[in-house]
Design a protein around this ligand. Structure first.
Ligand code: TRP
Length: 337
């Protein structure tokens, strides 16, 4: 892990600590993280992006709990800390340090164009802090510190990744090659899980309607209830198509969980009603999430073990990040400590 082994691609990704990660987070990102980790062509590092979390106001006790819980969930989904370091972003000070340096190579205009900044500042008009504005340079630092080749992300983070690439290219051109220019890695299937109540909207834990979203840690009976109530159309045919957003969403969830193609799913449910299909999707999701929830429930109680794991992750991450950070410092003209 220590040295980026020849012909192995370095993969880095991070997730914000949130108390309630959803099926959308699982199928769109996390399930992929484990698949990539188990692929010998890749060398992975994963982080809980806890520094990013305070761009919106957080309650201390709750934040602490959510950071621990998100970390435990990363273990529960099958990430192996002996294979890929898993760490808390705040435990590696180089993230904040490199972010400062990169801020000085990023234009006000570029950051102003970030759609997430525009959305979030509209939503939190009373707290448009500088961190919210420079969030993408911190994210660029996260990625560039590990000389990442590939960054698994959802569609919504594409613009931030593009900025990270621009910053890396600019820095490399100004001095000499310093950072690997990262590519996005966007999974084809399940990348966008939509609300079960309004399938034109992305599934989101901030939805007021609890039936609109499924939490990774939801109990089986709740998952079943939510799928049985999922909004569909009146055609009653399980086929993928225009104007069938509800069914399209259920089909892509079923496909992401079972690995079946849309055609295979249509064939399986040919002549059957939506009721049967919704039950099948619910059951498939329950079975997929069951081992995750069970592992999570046992691991979250083991505080010392979790602490040992995130310390171990931070140690490796700090070693790798230090190399890149001092390299960048030197290029800029700093006297190395
Ligand atoms: N901004 C990402 C999100 O909200 C999380 C994130 C932080 C991230 N740093 C990253 C993702 C680096 C990929 C790489 O989803």
């Amino acid at each position: 892990m220590e040295n980026n082994q020849v012909n192995k691609k370095r993969v880095f990704s991070a997730i914000q600590p949130s108390g309630m990660l959803t099926l959308g987070n699982y199928l769109g990102a996390l399930k992929n993280w484990t698949a990539i980790q188990n692929d010998d062509r890749f060398d992975c590092l994963y982080a809980v992006a806890d520094l990013h979390a305070i761009t919106v106001r957080q309650e201390p006790a709750k934040l602490r709990e959510q950071i621990r819980s998100t970390f435990a969930l990363l273990i529960a989904i099958g990430l192996d800390p002996d294979r890929s370091p898993i760490f808390l972003q705040s435990h590696v000070p180089y993230h904040a340090q490199l972010a400062w340096l990169l801020n000085c190579y990023t234009q006000f205009g570029e950051l102003s164009r970030m759609t997430q900044f525009k959305d979030k500042s509209a939503k939190h008009a009373d707290n448009i802090n500088a961190g919210l504005f420079t969030y993408p340079t911190l994210m660029a630092a996260d990625i560039l510190l590990y000389q990442s080749d590939l960054v698994p992300i959802g569609q919504d983070q594409k613009q931030h990744l593009e900025l990270a690439r621009n910053i890396a290219e600019r820095f490399n051109a100004l001095y000499s090659p310093t950072f690997v220019v990262p590519d996005p890695y966007i999974p084809k299937i399940g990348a966008r899980v939509m609300s079960l109540q309004d399938p034109c909207k992305k599934m989101s834990k901030s939805d007021e309607n609890v039936n609109a979203w499924v939490a990774i840690l939801d109990k089986p009976e709740d998952i079943m209830r939510k799928f049985k109530r999922a909004v569909t159309d009146s055609e009653a045919r399980v086929v993928y198509g225009d104007g069938k957003d509800g069914i399209n969403n259920l089909m892509s969830i079923y496909s992401a969980v079972t690995g079946m193609t849309m055609e295979q799913i249509a064939a399986e449910f040919d002549g059957k009603g939506y009721g049967d299909f919704k039950t099948a999707v619910g059951e498939a999701v329950v079975e997929q999430l069951r081992p995750v929830r069970e592992r999570y429930e046992s691991i979250i109680k083991e505080k010392d073990y979790l602490e040992q794991l995130y310390k171990q992750g931070a140690e490796t991450a700090n070693r790798i990040a230090a190399k890149t950070f001092f390299k960048a410092m030197k290029k800029i003209g700093y006297v190395l400590p």
